[in-house]
Design a binder for this molecule. Structure first.
Ligand SMILES: *Cc1c(COP(=O)(O)O)cnc(C)c1O
Length: 404
């Protein structure tokens, strides 16, 4: 229980989430497994973040981290915009936010997706010369302006990132060398040029690495701005803010990132004097606010090791099983939610109910003596949980989700 995120409590010996006992949330959902997201923790996270960032930085929510409709409705007024990466995400976003506050990135946007985005006047983050032509044709056909930003595949990567999104051949955005030609073409096509989008990496805990990537991003954009049809109104410099999922991880020093970014923006060249900068964050805004609750179905021993078999697993929490973008499997923070104040005394393996050896939620974790019927909480479940897991696998069905 060493690295449980802040904001949780003990109520009558149980884990408390948003002021209620874990078992109350299970009662409300009707059954296990379920995800509970504490809306107040999300609000606090965003307000703390704003207090540590330079005043005029826009915060966008990358909704792929958690697109639960109620959560989108809650977060929409707290952020400056949504970043979406599919036609489905666009539709969900349009239910709660105006199209002008949405930007749409992602390779492989189909014509129907482009058309929906253009009709809503969302900003398209253009990922290739071909996509620009398709989008311009559709905009002409439906008689709408084409609000477009150019996504650049940066010639550098964000060091120490969990997932790298730049620095080599990538399907995302256009290489910086191709940008001048495409910007020229945007001018010919009469595109409503909005700015640039650069995303260099994800899940980063190193302030130095984030600061370096942000500096290089702003330098790159300052270079490219001279080729643009008009000065960029908004430059999305990516995000990549990571969370401390594992023992020994240290939280990202946002204060240091904010101070460096403030200085860097203050010293920006004239070509960016009227530009606003945006960060796009997914996991950092919502990841720590979520808990996955699952119940112990069986307790057994094999070759001297104790196994707690739960009714959830990788079909809901693929990331916690170590099968979503991780190289070495490590345990997410985990606790016995029914005996939250009991002393951790025994070493166990917490495994899911799927008939595959991949379905492990906790290996060699120390917990209080746990019995069939106890609730197990897996923390850090607010981002890339339900939405990034194969809920159809083995037919157990999806988990309930509650915005508390
Ligand atoms: C996935 C993604 C994000 C969000 O990443 P997090 O690690 O959740 O912050 C932001 N921008 C782009 C372009 C992405 O693909």
């Amino acid at each position: 229980m060493t690295h449980i995120p802040p904001g949780f409590s003990t109520i009558d010996g149980e884990l408390g989430i948003a002021g209620r006992k874990a078992s109350d949330w299970v009662g409300q959902a009707g059954d296990t497994p379920l995800f509970v997201y504490d809306r107040e923790l999300i609000r606090q996270r965003i307000s703390t973040l704003r207090s540590l960032l330079p005043p005029n930085i826009a915060i966008h929510y990358a909704i792929k981290a958690n697109p639960l409709p109620e959560l989108l409705r809650w977060i929409a007024p707290l952020v400056d915009g949504f970043d979406v990466a599919s036609g489905g995400e666009l539709r969900r976003s349009l239910e709660v936010i105006d199209g002008r506050r949405i930007s749409f990135a992602g390779p492989g946007k189909r014509d129907v997706d482009l058309q929906a985005a253009i009709a809503a006047e969302a900003t398209l983050n253009i990922e290739s010369a071909g996509e620009l032509e398709r989008a311009a044709t559709i905009a002409r056909l439906i008689g709408k302006p084409l609000h477009a930003a150019l996504r650049i595949n940066p010639p550098f990567e964000m060091k120490a990132s969990g997932m790298r999104m730049g620095g080599g051949a990538r399907p995302f955005g256009v290489d910086a060398q191709q940008a001048p030609d495409i910007l020229q073409r945007m001018k010919q096509l009469g595109v409503a040029f909005e700015g640039f989008h650069i995303f260099a990496g994800s899940q980063n805990l190193s302030a130095a690495a984030v600061i370096e990537a942000q500096g290089r991003t702003i330098d790159l954009v300052a270079d490219l701005a001279q080729f643009a049809p008009r000065p960029p109104a908004l430059v999305n410099i990516g995000g990549g803010f990571g969370l401390p999922y594992f023992p020994g991880d240290t939280p990202l020093d946002i204060r240091a990132v904010g101070e460096a970014l403030g200085e860097r923006i203050a010293a920006r060249p004239d070509s960016l004097s009227g530009t606003r900068f945006a960060l796009e964050l997914g996991r950092y805004l919502v990841g720590e606010a979520g808990v996955y609750l699952t119940r112990v179905v069986d307790r057994k021993v094999s070759q001297g090791e104790t196994f707690l078999v739960v009714d959830g697993g990788l079909h809901h929490q693929l990331a916690a099983s170590g099968n979503f973008g991780t190289v070495i499997r490590r345990n997410y923070p985990l606790a016995n939610a029914s005996r939250y104040d009991a002393v951790d005394v025994e070493q166990v393996n917490v495994v899911g109910c799927l008939c595959t050896p991949l379905d492990r939620l906790g290996e060699q974790v120390t917990l209080p003596v746990s019995q069939v019927g106890d609730l197990i909480a897996v923390f850090m479940a607010g981002a890339y949980g339900a939405t990034a897991s194969p809920s159809g696998f083995l037919g157990h069905g999806p988990a309930a989700e509650i915005l508390a």
